[in-house]
Design a protein around this ligand. Structure first.
Ligand code: ADP
Ligand code: MG
Length: 334
């Protein structure tokens, strides 16, 4: 289960504005990847381009043997069934209760009997910890619960690929860590390919198998989490470690490497690499690796203190509830 997305030479412009150019990466099947980048770097545009809502100026996006930008309307409609998408605002219909919101894609795209619709909706609501909230309207629940409802709706057609835009925007740190744990648990359960777009560094440091960084109109780097968290590349190390010394924020116009070279500033040491979140539901994820495995395999010495189980590495990982508790307490944790 899970399908890879192979992106080659992707370029997107709006008029004279280049959003990003020559983006090349392969998002591995069944793994969790995070695309990180400052606001306005074109992360949402990237997701919309992947599902064919926006057309790139150049490049290919191969999913299941088909090149998305070159598909005709009918084939695009078919390939979209592989994707579940959670847009930034959740995009729920305000006048429909959560049950009808989640049921919507089933009623639109399938001819399932209402009894099957009901069974599937209840199963997805349970997966995201929203059992009991079916009759609520989006306006009556917290932002965190709206994100979960959007997630249930994205899951309802059993997608091979889940695209999630800024799940942590507007959520407090506790709710962010709950939803991050939910992604890990879901990935273990449904084994789909996850791509999460975020500007939250903590999410990027602790959740994914792979990290990409969009910066300065290009893909600065994409690869395994441990590779980026041990990288000395100035932009990557500055952004992933929230360091104030470095190329980001100094100039929009200059190339990052240029700036780093001419500034000659001493960079602070890399912080320890935190442990990756692991499933709380007793399952094992297909992409799960031993902590430090990538570093060992590639003869990279991780920063001192890496992969310690202590909470210091993951500022708000403490207090994560197991899946059952999550579900039964969904009303309060949002
Ligand atoms: N449909 C559009 N038409 C023109 N410009 C757009 C459109 N969508 C996004 N943009 C521009 O593309 C840039 C990147 O936007 P976006 O992908 O939303 O950034 P991010 O999600 O990384 O914060 C912004 O400058 C935005 O104004
Ligand atoms: Mg966005």
């Amino acid at each position: 289960m899970g399908v890879e997305i192979a992106v080659t030479g992707l370029t997107k412009t709006f008029g004279s504005q280049t959003i990003w150019r020559d983006v090349t990466l392969t998002i591995p099947a069944g793994e969790i990847s995070v695309m990180l980048g400052p606001s306005g770097t074109g992360k949402s545009v990237f997701l919309k381009t992947l599902v064919g809502l926006l057309k790139p100026d150049a490049g290919s996006i191969v999913v299941g043997g088909q090149d998305v930008p070159r598909l005709r309307e009918h084939d695009l409609y078919e390939i979209r069934k592989l994707f579940g998408v959670l847009f930034q605002d959740g995009a729920l219909f305000g006048s429909m209760n959560l049950f009808d919101n989640v049921a919507f894609p089933l009623r639109e795209h399938t001819k399932k009997a209402e009894s099957d619709v009901r069974r599937i909706v209840m199963e997805k609501m349970d997966l995201v910890g929203l059992t009991g909230a079916e009759r609520k309207l989006p306006g009556e629940i917290s932002g965190g619960m709206r994100k979960r409802a959007g997630l249930a709706r994205a899951l309802v057609l059993d997608p091979e690929i889940l695209l999630i835009d800024e799940p942590d925007s507007g959520l407090d740190p506790v709710r962010t860590s709950y939803i991050n744990q939910l992604f890990i648990d879901l990935n273990a359960q449904i084994d789909a390919t996850f791509l999460i777009v975020t500007h939250d560094i903590n999410t990027a440091r602790t959740v994914p198998d792979n990290i990409g960084l969009l910066y300065h109109r290009h893909l600065a780097m994409f690869g395994p989490r441990e590779m980026l968290l041990s990288s000395e590349e100035p932009v990557v190390r500055q952004f992933l470690n929230a360091q104030t010394v470095g190329p980001i924020g100094m100039s929009e116009e200059k190339d990052a490497d240029e700036l780093a070279a001419e500034s000659g500033q001493e960079l602070p040491p890399l912080p320890p690499i935190p442990l990756q979140l692991s499933p709380s539901n007793g399952l094992r994820r297909r992409a799960q690796r031993e902590p430090g495995e990538w570093c060992r395999t590639h003869a990279v010495t991780p920063p001192p203190g890496s992969f310690a189980s202590a909470d210091h590495a993951i500022p708000y990982a403490a207090g994560l509830a197991p899946a059952g508790a999550l579900a039964s307490r969904s009303g309060e944790v949002g």
